[in-house]
Write a protein of this length. Sequence first.
Length: 672
Amino acid sequence: MEKRYSLTQAVQTPAKKIAYEEALNEEQFRVVTAGGGPTLVLAGPGSGKTRTLTYRVSYLIQKEIQPRNILLVTFTVKAAREMLDRVEKILGYRPDGLWGGTFHHIGNMILRQHPKSMGRTSAFGILDEEDAKDLITACMNDLKLSTTKTRFPQANVLESIFSLAVNTCRTLEDVVSDCYSQFTDLIPAIERIWAGYKERKRRANVLDYDDLLTELLSLLRNNPKAGQGYSKQFQYVLVDEYQDTNRLQLELIKEFSRVHGNILAVGDDAQSIYAFRGAEVKNLLEFPTIFPGTTIYRLETNYRSTPEILRLANASIQFNSKQFPKELHAVKGPGEIPALVPLADARQQAAFVAQRVLELREEGIPLQEIAVLFRARFQSAELELELAKRNIPYLVRGGVRFFEQAHIKDILAHLKILVNPQDEMAWQRTLQIQEGIGSGYARRIWEAIASASNPLQEAIRGRDVGALPSRTQAGWKRFINMFQELTNPAVSGQPVEAILAILRAGYEEYLKTHFKNASERREDLEQLMNLASHYESVERFVEDLALREPFKGETITGWEEPDEFLVLSTIHQAKGLEWSVVFLIGLVEGQMPHAKAIEDTNALEEERRLFYVAVTRTKSQLYLTYPLTRYTYQRGEVLMRPSSFIQELPEELYELWRVSSPDQTSSWNLDP
């Protein structure tokens, strides 16, 4: 849980003299000691924004602003705890009554005092994501919606639709039409489910996470006494990571700061990369318009990276037209020039990264100080195979390994049945993908055919599996029809054709109805097919993937630190983190920037911000890599263009490495 200090010791502890000018640089000092009014602090990466915010809180308290009159809003529980702990260390005591936490935490604290305003009691419960999905499922069952003709979105997808509508202050119809167009025909039914969901929450005396914000905004706007009271109480409002705020959060900030107008927002438009979650960079870009009389400060002194890294970052982000221009300056001395490394294809890219990682470790850089970043999850597939081949331990930050993702395992389970018809776990997984077949009926079906020497052939021949309900019978029939297609010699011997047949037989639709990020998962399956295109048989493909991680769960000789892992991460998951060395892979047009962004100016600028965030994660070494060709199952070998973000860069900002390898096992020849 988040922390709100409430120790009476605060008023009994003598004030500690703080040497602000010695503790802060000149830029930070100006922010910390600024006057009131609306203030926007443009804090570049590695510029000490957390230090600035916490010293600002301490400064206000030492200026005799009561802690209960200060509101510090953060985006994560971890950030809130860290900031409040830092304030305590700076002051030398715990400030009694300081309001600090996430938007949801603040909402919970206030709403507990005003439950009647939303038709609840003060003991209202809070639904986590799993609880919310269960309640949405109950609402779907209440309405007895027919889902036999058309696959209906699952509860987790509906929850995502509802949440996006709430946080962006848009209608459900607009959100579905713009972001989930495959469900446009189902909008009336989805609206009925949403209405039922709201009513069930009211009757159960519960709120979900989004309600904590919507009900808070309603209270502040519609209850004059409460709205005026809290706005008057919060004499100073400070907001961290302001570039990540959505429309709903902006409205809350406006209400909190309405009386005094002392709103200080810290953020960086160049690091706004979460539009897909509803974040709006215009909240920051339009801050001076939203809050007239704004004073703007810049934190441009970077304590993380070398001058060479920052020059490249500065040169890239200048191409964004919608921004507050700023230029990062390094505290560190000169370092290595970033390396630009063209490779023949994705497999050679993976081999280069793996070998260079081993060389860096030999030079004394621990694996955990090295990260490989990528725009999309599928870009790590070849690399994961290469790391497994070389026994290099790695972890995927904020997610699971490529081949352990649910949709990849679903497809592989189908292929495993073709190779080994007696694989019970594969049967259980594939059966339950079919609508109408749950774990119980999947087990019953398997038990009915398990004794056969070839359960798959027995199933296709029409083996009696006992009486099944109509929906389960329909799912079983679809399953049989699919495997009749998969066992066709023209399909079963070709891994790509087999995967395509699985998609055509219903898995393509399954992706859309069961996963919030269906399009990204479809890209992953495209990559799986690209990998499969190198194999002449399903058997060999399945066998190689099964052997991809011989070290997993074992003690690896030669590694001094058993907990030492190379970090793999999407750029989105890497924001706010730093490493000594960063590899940014897959820098080709259509992948970085993403193909969908190339014709959309706003989307393209966000993609460039992604590139900016990625290159500023490193302290000292940066490797920018891209494959010159890509093999696809559809068109064979395709020439790739380097990312426009690379083409924009002046050549003096990087060192071009030419990598040659006579074969896949030889040493690399690196020619800077």
